[in-house]
Design a protein around this ligand. Structure first.
Ligand SMILES: [Zn+2]
Length: 429
């Protein structure tokens, strides 16, 4: 299929016509194209998510590669990196190839598996990193996300191992001895609610250790879902010293605070498990530091940490609820809402597409849609506003913290190598 998109603004520039043919953007139309009106729309390179939980294999009742791919395409994504904490864990070439193949079959986004660092996320023995790297899935990012690679000797060996093929270790930074029994951010709100706290220093201490290990080994470290002002400061200092460290922030950490757990958001009650997430929602000062860290480039990317959960795992008592919230279909609107003006369209393209594509080694992604580039992009209506309805989301799960919120920026269409994967709220498969 060929497309002619008239009068569309690429990254906020003057309106142009975009012609899509044979998977690429070409110079001129030949009259055989389907015509779309792009007036008022912004074209961005297809978004790339470094941190998505697809739940397949093992928890297909919460999400599958197909349903997660639909949610991603509808959110403007053309590639997602699938976290390894599935069941079985993605710690062998066999499992990462299975996830990769399911992604190809769905055909809506490129699903790039992340491999586990340690066998079974057990933190004791390195997984088959080389076999996963050499597999059809060509794994480049390794993470025990959900768990911290806590043993410093193992972390050092993992960094040294992946350096050989320019891989990266993506760390869930959480000193487990400091977060035993933790239920939310440790602070005034946790004291008021009587919940055990997850102190900021549990994240900051691991990041500080890991940037020193990255400096020592010369390997690449990526810090998952940075959540505190102190973490931003540690990463800023490490970058100034030339350490090869990159970092991500989630949309929810750019918007929500621990006050939400106390029922501060209209229509919610205290202890609503939809706000339970790991790392936890922090304070307004942390949110401010994360926003400025993202804008000044200390934090390199926005990653969703899309974490679907079946109703029985989420709609229960706070203490028993699984941590995590949906992210793929609301990430861009939340980014526009929180830091859109400060970043501008080019900054958004950078934090949500180019830089994550570069970190993951996804060469076909992150290109500005101009003639000669892959036709892998998304079209946004920045004026449109919509109200988030959990039941209307494409994800199999409904654990969104934004239910009822009105947000700016609707994804109108998404294209992957010339295939239209989403249009007007409907995915192509
Ligand atoms: Zn994590």
């Amino acid at each position: 299929m060929s497309y002619l998109i008239r009068n569309v603004s690429v990254l906020g520039g003057a309106p142009v016509d975009l012609v899509v043919r044979d998977g690429v953007i070409v110079d001129s139309a030949d009259g055989t194209e389907e015509v779309m009106d792009g007036t008022g729309l912004i074209a961005l390179p297809g978004l790339v998510d470094l941190h998505t939980h697809l739940r397949e294999p093992g928890r297909e009742d919460a999400e599958t590669v197909l349903t997660g791919s639909r949610a991603a395409a509808l959110g403007g994504y053309t590639a997602v990196c699938a976290m390894a904490n599935t069941n079985p864990v993605a710690d062998t070439a066999g499992v990462v190839e299975q996830v990769w193949r399911l992604g190809r079959e769905a055909g809506l986004v490129d699903v790039q598996p992340i491999g586990a660092v340690t066998v079974g996320l057990g933190g004791e023995k390195l997984a088959e990193l080389g076999a996963m790297a050499d597999s059809a899935a060509a794994v480049r990012i390794f993470s025990d996300d959900g768990m911290c690679v806590h043993d410093p000797r193992l972390m050092r060996r993992a960094l040294e191992y992946v350096k050989a093929f320019d891989g990266v270790i993506a760390q869930h930074a959480e000193e487990p001895r400091l977060t035993q029994g933790a239920q939310m951010h440790e602070g005034d709100v946790s004291a008021r609610l009587g919940l055990t706290g997850w102190p900021s220093v549990a994240e900051e201490a691991i990041i500080a250790r890991d940037v020193l290990l990255a400096a020592h080994t010369g390997a690449r470290l990526h810090v998952c879902h940075v959540s505190t002002a102190g973490s931003v400061e540690v990463i800023r200092q490490a970058k100034a010293r030339g350490v090869r460290v990159t970092a991500e922030v989630t949309p929810h950490h750019l918007l929500l605070t621990d006050e939400a757990v106390g029922g501060s958001i209209e229509g919610t009650a205290p202890y609503d498990p939809v706000f339970k997430v790991n790392p936890p929602l922090r304070t307004a000062e942390d949110v401010e530091a994360l926003r400025s860290g993202l804008v000044d480039g200390t934090i390199d990317v926005v990653a969703t940490d899309h974490a679907p959960h079946a109703a029985q795992d989420k709609e229960c008592e706070w203490a028993y609820a699984r941590p995590g919230m949906l992210g793929l279909e609301t990430a861009l609107p939340i980014v526009l809402h929180t830091v859109g003006d400060a970043l501008g369209w080019d900054g958004i393209a950078d934090r949500m597409s180019r830089t994550p594509a570069r970190i993951a080694g996804l060469d076909e992604h992150g290109h500005t849609p101009v003639p000669g580039s892959p036709a892998t992009f998304t079209l946004i209506d920045p004026q449109a506003r919509f109200t988030v309805d959990p039941a209307a989301l494409a994800s199999l799960s409904a654990n969104t913290p934004y239910a009822g919120m009105e947000l700016p920026g609707k994804v109108v269409a998404t294209f992957l190598r010339g295939k239209r994967t989403a249009l007007d709220g409907k995915a192509a498969a």
